[in-house]
Design a protein around this ligand. Structure first.
Ligand code: MN
Length: 227
C-alpha cells in the first residue's frame, strides 16, 4: 500500500442528488507528489471508516463545512455556516485512528480546525464578527502575510519564515488544543499553522489551501513521511 493515502471529503447536494464531492485540486496536488489518494466518504459508519486506515500510509483532512460547535462545547453563533454531523463524526474517528496507528496527517483548512477540536481545542465560529481585524480571511481573492515559527516542522517543510498565503476561511483556531503548538500566524495573529508539540508521527495542519498554490512542498514532505 505504498504511497496510498486516505482523503476526507464533503457530501454535496447537486441537482437534488447527494454526491461525495472532493475538489480535484487535492487529487492533483497529491498525485503530483507521487501519492494515490483514496476518498473516505463522510457517510460511513465512523468505526468502519477506520478500516480504511489499515490499508493506507497517511491521512489527509480536507476543507469544507464548519465544525459543529457542540463538538467543543459552544452554542451555535448566528454566523455559523453549514455543518455536517456525520462528517464530523467520521473525521474525529479517523483522527483518533490515524494517531493510534502513528500515520502521518496533513490537515488543510477545515482540517486544522477539526484536528484542533479532536485534540481538545476550540474555534472562532465566524472570524469577522468574533475577532476584530483588518484582514478579511474569507475573501476568496485575498492573500495575506504569514509568519512561520523558526525551527518548526512547518519551517523545515516550506523553508521560509515569511511568505504569503491564500485565505478562504471564516473559522479559525480560538483556543489551541493542548497537544498542539502554533507554528504560523497571519499578520493579525490568527493561527494559520499548527503541529504536535511532542513530535511523534509527521503531522502538519495549515489554515490556507496549499492545493491551490503552485508550491508543492507540503505535499512532497507529506509523501516523504508516508513512504
Ligand atoms: Mn487566513
Amino acid at each position: 500500500m505504498r504511497g496510498v493515502v486516505a482523503v476526507t471529503a464533503p457530501l454535496r447536494t447537486d441537482a437534488g442528488r447527494e454526491r461525495v464531492a472532493l475538489n480535484a485540486a487535492y487529487v492533483r496536488a497529491l498525485t503530483h507528489a507521487g501519492l494515490v489518494p483514496l476518498v473516505v466518504p463522510p457517510i460511513l459508519d465512523p468505526e468502519k471508516a477506520c478500516a480504511a486506515l489499515d490499508r493506507v500510509g497517511g491521512l489527509v483532512l480536507t476543507g469544507g463545512e464548519d465544525v459543529a460547535p457542540a463538538r467543543y462545547g459552544a452554542p451555535p453563533h448566528p454566523k455559523l455556516g453549514d455543518t455536517d454531523a456525520a462528517r464530523d463524526a467520521v473525521e474525529l474517528a479517523l483522527i483518533e485512528g490515524a494517531r493510534a496507528r502513528r500515520l502521518p496527517i496533513l490537515a488543510i483548512c477545515r482540517g486544522i480546525q477539526i484536528l484542533n477540536v479532536a485534540l481538545g481545542g476550540t474555534l472562532y465560529q465566524d472570524l469577522a464578527s468574533e475577532r476584530s481585524s483588518d484582514i478579511d480571511h474569507a475573501d476568496p481573492q485575498a492573500r495575506h502575510g504569514l509568519r512561520v515559527e523558526a525551527g518548526s516542522l512547518l519551517h523545515d517543510t516550506i523553508a521560509t519564515l515569511e511568505t504569503s498565503v491564500n485565505s478562504r476561511h471564516h473559522q479559525a483556531i480560538r483556543d489551541l488544543a493542548p497537544p498542539l503548538s502554533a507554528t504560523a500566524w497571519a499578520p493579525d495573529g490568527v493561527i494559520e499553522g499548527a503541529e504536535p508539540s511532542a513530535g511523534g508521527p509527521w503531522t502538519l495542519a495549515v489554515q490556507w489551501h496549499p492545493e491551490d498554490d503552485v508550491e508543492g512542498a507540503l505535499f512532497r514532505a507529506f509523501a516523504e513521511a508516508v513512504r
